[in-house]
Write a protein that binds this ligand. Structure first.
Ligand SMILES: NC(=O)c1ccc[n+]([C@@H]2O[C@H](COP(=O)([O-])OP(=O)(O)OC[C@H]3O[C@@H](n4cnc5c(N)ncnc54)[C@H](OP(=O)(O)O)[C@@H]3O)[C@@H](O)[C@H]2O)c1
Length: 318
């Protein structure tokens, strides 16, 4: 039985990956700061994400290590939250590196989460792994330091991959639910100018990309994990409305978004930054997306959410 270790595997992306590999008969070991019950070849191991401990033994003989640990960025960027956003990513990556280095039989491949937000606000041209330009500011700095810690860890027997992931769309979490809430109350128009790009990825393709990179032993380094067709925010919101059967949606100008973000304790950057990112290296290596277009991706996810063939979501005023 193959063995995958997922650090931070209790969250949204970890749950997608856990289900994907459990369905394929793998043993899944989740490193978590919470005590949880084991079930159906899914094992939970307590760690603190900072220091070496007994948990490190689980790395021994694993086929794959994936690190998804990190405090959610969906919060106000207060000093305290900023510090937690940094430390949860840098410390977990650093300590996993120590565990891999001290292992007698280390994992063959280690995939570390990273973010497509490392690239600059881009309206003019797509950003890929070769010609993409880095942005500035807090989020970009987190991404750069996170990748630097990972790249500085030497693991001669373990292939390392950095996954610069876009906004993953899925049934049970991530960015889709808040956008659906807006659509349902008639506020599903464009946000801000609406011309900012939205680099998204279907949750199944997220798991398939990881699987592809595990199996392709000739791959290492940075990969953008985004669908090949980023769309503008205006286009994305229109597709979401159409998929829900709600043709009309009021736009949300930037000043309203700023008030709303303050009230719900988050930041407008998550919506207003233009992420025009493309998966050039994945395509060059022959990866084929199950959901290259947002129309099909949203239709599939919403169908599963509603548990019925009829995709229409009733507006709450209906
Ligand atoms: N979702 C996306 O669209 C997306 C896009 C780009 C990049 N990413 C990155 O991918 C990773 C996983 O994303 P996700 O959406 O699955 O996030 P998530 O649902 O918030 O899960 C992240 C997990 O990290 C663990 N964690 C939180 N704070 C931690 C800390 N201080 N120390 C150690 N572990 C901590 C938590 O596990 P326990 O509480 O069980 O310890 C949590 O379940 C994150 O690093 C995120 O930045 C996500």
């Amino acid at each position: 039985m193959k063995k995958i270790i997922i650090a931070g595997g209790s969250g949204f992306l970890g749950s997608c990956l856990t289900q994907y590999y459990r369905d394929r008969g793998w043993q899944v070991h989740i490193l978590s700061r919470q005590y949880q019950e084991d079930r159906d070849s899914i094992y939970h191991i307590y760690w603190d994400g900072k220091y070496l401990g007994d948990w490190a033994k689980v790395i021994e003989g694993a086929d794959v290590l994936v690190n998804l640990a990190g405090k959610s960025v969906d919060c106000r960027y207060t000093k305290r939250n900023q510090q937690l956003i940094y430390s949860s990513r840098l410390d977990s990556t650093h300590v996993l590196g120590k565990a891999v280095q001290q292992s007698q039989n280390p994992p063959k491949v280690w995939i570390n989460a990273a973010s497509a937000t490392i690239y600059r606000h881009a309206l003019d041209r797509p950003m890929d792994e070769v010609s993409g330009e880095y942005g500035t500011g807090f989020s970009v700095d987190v991404c750069r330091k996170w990748e630097r810690v990972f790249s500085e860890i030497e693991t001669p027997a373990t292939r390392k991959i950095v996954l610069r992931t876009g906004i993953v769309l899925g049934k049970n979490g991530g960015a889709l639910q808040p956008l659906l809430n807006l659509v349902r109350v008639g506020l599903g128009g464009k946000q801000g100018k609406g011309n900012q790009y939205f680099s998204w990825l279907h949750e199944l393709d997220f798991a398939r990309i990881i699987d592809f990179l595990i199996n392709r032993e000739d791959t290492s380094g940075v990969f953008n994990a985004v669908a090949p067709h980023p769309v503008s925010n205006q286009q994305f919101m229109k597709t979401l409305r159409m998929t829900c059967g709600i043709p009309f949606g009021l736009p949300l100008p930037t000043w309203i978004l700023k008030i709303g973000a303050f009230l719900i304790r988050t930041e407008t950057e998550l919506i207003l930054k233009s992420r025009r990112v493309v998966p050039t290296r994945l395509l060059d290596h022959g990866f084929s997306f199950t959901f290259p277009n947002s129309e099909n991706a949203l239709a599939e996810i919403l169908t599963r959410r509603e548990h019925k063939a009829e995709r229409r979501i009733e507006p709450i005023w209906g």
